[in-house]
Design a protein. Structure first.
Length: 105
């Protein structure tokens, strides 16, 4: 087979792979967008009056998006004002305490 035919075959295969990657990226974008919408809908269920019950804690990046507050600000509130607890190297933010800090119900 002459090199020109090989080049044409390879070019068609590359184009096919690129189209497949584009479809996969589009699906991934849709899944990620759906996940972000679900994060906004799901509210932790309060467990008694314990601000640090598992159902009242969310990870810091989620809290930053939910409360539209900078991550550094939330870290400071967790550290200095008791709005969260550190588990390993990650902060878990108390939803009731941040709501109170922001003056929300």
């Amino acid at each position: 087979m002459p090199p020109e035919q090989w080049e044409a075959i390879i070019a068609r295969q590359i184009a096919r792979i690129e189209r497949a990657v584009d479809r996969i990226e589009a699906k991934l974008d849709r899944v990620l967008a759906q996940g972000r919408r679900l994060e906004d809908v799901i509210q932790p269920s309060p467990e008694a009056d314990d601000d640090f019950a598992l159902g009242n804690l969310i990870e810091l990046p989620v809290a930053a998006r939910r409360f539209e507050t900078a991550k550094d600000t939330l870290r400071k509130w967790c550290r200095e004002e008791g709005c969260g607890v550190k588990r390993g190297s990650r902060w878990l933010v108390s939803v009731p305490r941040v709501r109170a800090r922001l003056g929300r119900k």
